[in-house]
Structures are given as C-alpha cells and as structure tokens.
Design a protein around this ligand. Structure first.
Ligand code: FES
Length: 268
C-alpha cells in the first residue's frame, strides 16, 4: 500500500460506453504490492481526490485500470483527460473480495459501473479454474460494461437491460431469480446500486448462497481516520473494514439499501 499519491501517466483510455471510460496506467507492483480484486485507489486530479474501484489488475504487465462513470464535476474532469496526461494514485485500499477460490461455481452480478470490481474478481477467478456466470446489468444495451470482454475471457455472460434492448429485459434481481431456477452456485459477488444489492441479498439468502457485497460511500481520507465513511449501526469504516462485506455482516449494517451520508454527514 502507498499513502503518498504516486504521479502516473495515463497509458490508454478505452471508451467503454457513452458514459464510462477506462483509464489504464503503470503501477509498480514490486514496490506497492499487487492489489486484490475489490480494492480501490484514491485518484487525485490535482484539484480533488475521489475513491475509484480497480477494474483491471494486470500483474504481468504491471498495469492497473479504473473505470469511471461521468456523473459529476470530478468524473467529468477525468473524462476530459487524454493519453499521456497525469493523475495521482494512492492505495490500494480496502479489504477486497475473497479470491482464493478454486474449481467452484461462481455467480457475479454488477449493476452499471458496479461491474468495475466485478470484472476484476471475475477475471481473477476464471484463471483459477472456476466457472463464472456474470450478470452485467444496465439501463440500456449501450451502457453494458465488460459483457463482451468477460465472454472472451471464458465467463458465461447473462446481460440484462432495464429497457430490454439486449439480453434479459428487466432488473438484475429478476434475471438472478431466473438463473437460480435451473442453476446452483457455491458463492456470489455483487456490486452496484444499493437498492439492487439489497434485492439480490434477499434472493441469495433465500437460496442459501453465501455472497460478498461491495459498498460505496463518500470518502475523504481512505485511511480510517476521518470517520466520514462509517456506516450505521456498526460504525464500520467502508475504507478499512470494507468496502466488501459478507452476507453475515452486511445484514448488520442498518442503512444498507436505505440511505447513505453526504460529505457533510446528512442522510440521503
Ligand atoms: S474515508 Fe476517512 S475513515 Fe473512511
């Protein structure tokens, strides 16, 4: 881990969807360690700093990537960057997903840009001989993230879109119910809008499938110091005890699927 922002040059930018871009940069894994899927980095654009999930861990070529949805001022500034320009990166932070799983049947579900850490864990688990069924969910076909690349990597991909423009028509919850009618899984990984994750949690609990869920909260320090990312009622810090929680822990977080706090601590 490295707590001082390292200034890195953007090597490659991939326009994944109309609103999501992937930024690839070199990362000294000998010096800073190899991040685990599900961990995040703090990205500094020399004006502001925000947490971003790692979407690709390329150990062979010492490269990392983040996939960023253009939703506000900071992400829009990132989207305006070009190859060759620089950003600051510190981390990686957080606990990450369990990735020491072999020869199992895995279900991985990602809503929108929540597919970023799902891509990292799915790619990792495919290399370990697991069968990985992935449900990338998006509002519309153009916003589906990593569906094609994961298919090429050997995952069974079950895309779903709210508007039915590609794959299953409807939400990730309904798509998951359909999959569970004739498939069984040893473990699941979930990331996306919290309302979606809360729905998936109920479905997987009913089917007695253990799972891990990646949460997102407003972060300032990412070091466990400021308390900004603490969740009710456990006080767990998303940046240290999270962002990933197993099903037997996530049900102790009373705000899960209900609300979150803004930068000033107000519930929304
Ligand atoms: S962001 Fe400061 S404690 Fe988590």
């Amino acid at each position: 881990m490295n707590n001082v922002p390292q200034i890195v040059e953007i090597n490659e930018i991939i326009k994944e969807t109309p609103s999501i871009k992937t930024f690839i940069f070199d990362w000294d894994m000998d010096k800073f360690g190899v991040p685990s899927p599900g961990e995040f980095v703090m990205v500094w654009n020399f004006h502001n700093e925000k947490p971003m999930s790692i979407s690709l861990i390329d150990e062979e070529n010492s490269r990392l990537a983040i996939s960023v949805k253009n939703v506000g001022e900071f992400s829009s500034q990132l989207h305006n960057l070009n190859v060759g320009e620089k950003i600051g990166i510190r981390g990686s932070y957080g606990n990450g997903f369990s990735n020491d799983i072999r020869d199992k049947k895995i279900l991985a579900i990602g809503g929108g840009v929540g597919m970023a850490p799902i891509n990292a864990i799915s790619t990792n688990l495919l290399k370990k001989g697991n069968t990985v069924d992935v449900v990338p969910a998006a509002v519309t076909k153009e916003e589906l993230l990593f569906a094609d690349s994961l298919k090429k990597s050997g995952a069974n991909v079950f895309p779903c879109t709210d508007d039915g423009s590609f794959g299953f028509e409807g939400f990730a919850t309904d798509c998951t119910i359909g999959l569970l009618e004739d498939r069984s899984y040893d473990f699941a990984f979930v990331c996306g809008p919290e309302i979606m994750m809360a729905g998936i949690y109920n479905i997987l609990e009913e089917s007695k499938i253990n799972a891990e869920y990646s949460l997102e909260r407003y972060m300032k320090c990412a070091l466990g110091i400021c308390g900004q990312c603490c969740v009710d009622n456990t006080g767990w810090r998303i940046c240290v005890e999270g962002p990933v929680f197993k099903n037997d822990k996530i049900n102790k977080i009373s705000e899960f699927g209900k609300y979150r706090r803004t930068a000033s601590g107000i519930k929304q």
